[in-house]
Structures are given as C-alpha cells and as structure tokens.
Design a protein around this ligand. Structure first.
Ligand SMILES: Cc1cc2nc3c(=O)[nH]c(=O)nc-3n(C[C@H](O)[C@H](O)[C@H](O)COP(=O)(O)OP(=O)(O)OC[C@H]3O[C@@H](n4cnc5c(N)ncnc54)[C@H](O)[C@@H]3O)c2cc1C
Length: 401
C-alpha cells in the first residue's frame, strides 16, 4: 500500500497552493490527487482577482490575461466607476503554474485519480480510497487535506460541512474574441440580465473578453420571469445587449456551481484538514473564491507544518487553523452573507440606489470593500433601505447569530 506524509485531494487553487506551501516549507512527502486527467481541465472560473493574489502568492505575469484600474457597478439604469485595480487570470494556465511550482518543490501531482472515501481508523483519518482509472487504490497518510472544491468529497462524508445546507449558485461564461471598449471589470445587478445574481464582462487581453451570468438558486427562483430561458440564453442576451462590446467568436464556454455559507465550518479533524470550497471558503457576497482558497491554504499549511514537525496531526493540534480562520475571516464572511441576502433580493430601484451609493465610497472605503472588510457604518451607507426589507429581518437575524 502506498503512503505519503500528506495527501491532498483536489488540484484546484486551494489544494495546489497548500501543496506548494508544504513543498516549500517542509521535507514531507506530499501528493496531490486530482480527478481530472489534467489540472487545466478545471476550467470553470473567470479568474477575476486582485493584488493580494498576484503579489501575495508570487503569481507570474504569464498567467495574467489582463489588468485594469477600475470596477464598474451597474444597476438597471445607474452606473458607477470604482477605483479598484483588478486582474483576470488565465485560470487553466494558473493551475498549471501552481502544479509545476509544487512539483518543483518535490510534490507528487497525480492526475486522473478520483478519491472516493476517507480511510478512517478509530475515528482518525489515516488515508483515502481512490480510483486511478479502473484500478482501486488505498493510500495512507499522516495528514489528509480535502481540497476537492464544492464536491467536498471528504468533508461531506466526515460531517465536517453540510454542503446541502449551503446556498447553491451557478455561473456560465463565454470567453470571446472581439471588441471591448471598457478598461474595467463590469458587474451588472439587474434581474432582467441575471435574476437573483449578476452579469459580468471582464477584459481578458487584446481583443479578448469574458461575458457571463451567475445567480443564487434561491433568489433566481424569486426573480425569474415565468417564461424563463436557460442560463446559456441569458449569457447570449447579455453578450448581445450592449454596444460597448461586440463578439467575433466564442472560443470557450466555462461553467460551474458554487456552494457558499458563512464559512464557519469544521476545518480540522483527527488526521484531516479542509481548505477552499471543500469547506466553503468562497466569499458569500460576490462569489470570489480564488483569493480565499489560497488564503485558507496558507493558513492551513501553517498549522499542518507545525503538526507534522511535532508528529501530532490530531484535531487538537490542527484546530489552530480552524480557530484562526474563524477569527480572521468568520465575522466578515458572516456579515457578507447577510449583505448578499439583501443584495440579490433588491428590487430594481434598490439595485440602482446601491450602485449610486457604491459610487460615493471614499478611497479608504473602496479599499475595505475590496478586502471584504466594510464596517457596519460603511454597510449602512451602502444599504438602500426599503420598507419591504423588514419582513426579511427574522431570516437575516438567523445568519447573524
Ligand atoms: C462560473 C464560475 C466563475 C467563477 N469566477 C470566479 C472569479 O472570477 N474569481 C474568483 O475568485 N472566483 C471565481 N469563481 C470561484 C472559484 O473558481 C472557486 O471558488 C475556486 O476555484 C475554489 O478553489 P478550490 O481549489 O477550493 O476548488 P476547485 O477550483 O473547485 O478545485 C477542486 C478540484 O478538486 C477536484 N476534485 C473534485 N472531486 C474530486 C475527487 N473526488 N477526487 C479528486 N479530485 C477531485 C476537481 O476536479 C477540482 O480540480 C468562479 C466559479 C464559477 C463556477
């Protein structure tokens, strides 16, 4: 039976960054097991991100498709330009870079290996069961890390995260060639373009841009018209609707689901850790998941390196990561979840007023918005109150508790 010190399940941003950290910082034998035949096959994400990822995780320019100085928020009729510098990654190339860098530090990155179950002995996770093609395998490890994204293959079975209780959202985008006149990421909050979500258009290099639509199922059901089309048709309508861009060719279609909650889940158990979307690290307000995936991986690696050095991978030791996440991210993510509950349920007038108010935020407030660190008074400044919102109070209070 094969064995490693650490087995990481899933080769997305979270799993690969975790492996990269372990490879750099320890001499542990680390394997990443990825179900897809190639890391680049995880091609769901638009790759919109910010400085903290590019600078903070040494991401090279070669995997950045474009950078722009602003974000444009739009409602049904209002528009505001926010000075928030941003980047768009070539997501498959980004994953390949992370994988290569992990391998350079001695990590064994194995693709085409699907993990099916945790291997548990006396309540401690001691490895995984998996399939490499048709061959069933058992791999033992002192530490197993679930980084399998919204599938949560281990966190679900181990009862660490209730993925079915989390909010489900879906997104679909076209990566296109053609003309795009804005030097900014465009987000549109308008139920006609994206019921219960938002539509976006991001610059992605010379003559290339990405147009997409996403929504949260609960709010989509409340705001969709009765004679609704598919999400694909919504993206097509959004792509055709605006004179600021014109498509020559759709060169790829990316799609996927997200599952998000307030992120206060079990991130550590005996012999096991969970990072990224396998335990809902994604930001519940705008669905930005790459940055929190990488940050959760780094935090988890701090606890893992310490645990391996001490020869103790018990929950007691590993829970330092869970406590740190809950302290540093938990309260913010909880607040963002409440704001999301309001934002995706706004009527058209509120969407416009929200956008206008966002346009009046000071540079310091924009910095806090970008870091998901808005204070209560910032949020009250942004909030376009409507009396109908009062009926939402009981549900919102449940999220705050
Ligand atoms: C349409 C769409 C657009 C998005 N756009 C953005 C954006 O612009 N910016 C942003 O920051 N975020 C965006 N996100 C969210 C972001 O992509 C995710 O939050 C991020 O990829 C999470 O990283 P992760 O490593 O936790 O999980 P994932 O990226 O989901 O990676 C998990 C990996 O685990 C593998 N896996 C799953 N099950 C198994 C198994 N049983 N065995 C082995 N391997 C397994 C999967 O194949 C996958 O490679 C978007 C998401 C979607 C769906």
């Amino acid at each position: 039976m094969e064995s490693y010190d650490v087995v990481v399940v899933g080769g997305g941003p979270a799993g690969l960054q975790f492996a990269r950290e372990m490879g750099r910082r320890t001499d542990a034998a680390v394997a990443v097991l990825e179900a897809n035949d190639a890391l680049a096959d995880n091609d769901k994400s638009t790759g919109g991100t910010f400085d903290q990822v590019i600078e903070g995780f040494d991401v090279p320019e070669s995997v950045v498709m474009d950078a722009s100085p602003d974000v444009i928020f739009e409602g049904p009729t209002a528009s505001a330009t926010l000075a928030i510098p941003n980047y768009v990654l070539d997501f498959p190339a980004f994953l390949e870079f992370l994988g290569r860098d992990a391998e350079r530090h001695g990590v064994d990155v194995r693709t085409g290996v699907r993990v099916t179950d945790p291997l548990v002995e006396d309540g401690t996770v001691v490895g995984v069961r998996c399939r490499d093609g048709r061959v069933a395998e058992t791999i033992r490890a002192d530490l197993v890390v679930d980084a399998s994204g919204p599938a949560g293959v281990l966190t679900d079975q181990l009862g660490m995260w209730d993925r079915d209780a989390a909010q489900r959202g879906i997104g679909l985008e076209f990566e296109t060639t053609g003309r795009f006149d804005e030097d900014a990421m465009v987000f549109k909050f308008d139920h006609e373009a994206a019921p219960g979500g938002y539509a976006w258009t991001f610059p992605a290099g010379d003559g290339v841009f990405k147009v997409g639509v996403c929504w949260i199922d609960d709010f989509y059901e409340r705001h969709r018209p009765p004679d609704d089309g598919t999400i694909h048709e919504y993206v097509q309508t959004w792509a055709d609707s605006d004179p600021r861009w014109e498509i020559d060719e759709v060169r790829a279609v990316h799609a996927g689901e997200v599952r998000s909650d307030n992120s206060l889940n079990h991130r550590a158990g005996d012999g096991v850790l969970a990072v990224g979307d396998a335990v809902s690290s994604i930001n519940p307000l705008f669905g930005e998941g790459i940055r929190p995936a990488m940050e959760s991986a780094r935090m988890a690696a701090d606890a893992a390196a310490d645990a391996l050095a001490a020869g103790d991978t018990s929950r007691e030791r590993l829970a330092a990561y869970e406590r740190r996440w809950n302290r540093e991210r938990g309260p913010n993510w909880k607040r963002q979840r409440v704001v999301g509950e309001l934002l995706y349920d706004f009527d058209a007038g509120q969407q416009d007023r929200f956008v206008e108010r966002a346009g009046r935020l000071s540079p310091a407030q924009l910095d806090r918005l970008q870091r998901y660190d808005l204070s209560l008074s910032d949020l009250l400044e942004l909030y376009p109150f409507a009396p109908a919102d009062l009926r939402k109070a009981p549900k919102l209070l449940r999220h705050i508790r």
